[in-house]
Write a protein that binds this ligand. Structure first.
Ligand SMILES: [Zn+2]
Ligand SMILES: [Zn+2]
Length: 115
């Protein structure tokens, strides 16, 4: 069974998007975290290296940058529509799950012993 999101919630108040997965896992992504990892050509071209963590959430006018909606693309990806009009970021489920910032997923699964 491929891993798919069963529920995607864009929260109103706390600047995070919640994804519930078909294996029962729940991922919570801060908006800025997702935007920094936008996989579209426009965003990845701009950056020569990996995105920097801890960047302040960009402002858009007087509003904070956030996704207005998330739509499924076929059976393989989620497309985010940001309130600054950016919508070319298509997050494949696999990629999205890899991005999960929770402790369980961030645990070093393949750490090499030093020295
Ligand atoms: Zn992008
Ligand atoms: Zn996780």
């Amino acid at each position: 069974m491929p891993l798919i999101p069963t529920k995607i919630k864009i929260a109103a108040g706390n600047d995070t998007m919640t994804v519930e997965w078909s294996d029962g896992h729940t991922s919570v992504y801060p908006y800025v975290y997702l935007r920094e990892r936008c996989p579209c050509a426009m965003c990845t071209d701009k950056h020569t290296g990996p995105p920097k963590c801890g960047t302040a959430l960009p402002m858009f006018g007087t509003k904070r940058l956030k996704p207005q909606k998330a739509e499924l693309v076929g059976r393989y990806a989620v497309q985010l529509f940001w309130n600054d009009g950016h919508s070319s970021g298509i997050y494949a489920f696999e990629y999205l799950r890899e991005l999960c910032p929770c402790d369980a997923c961030a645990a070093p699964a393949r750490i090499e012993p030093a020295g």
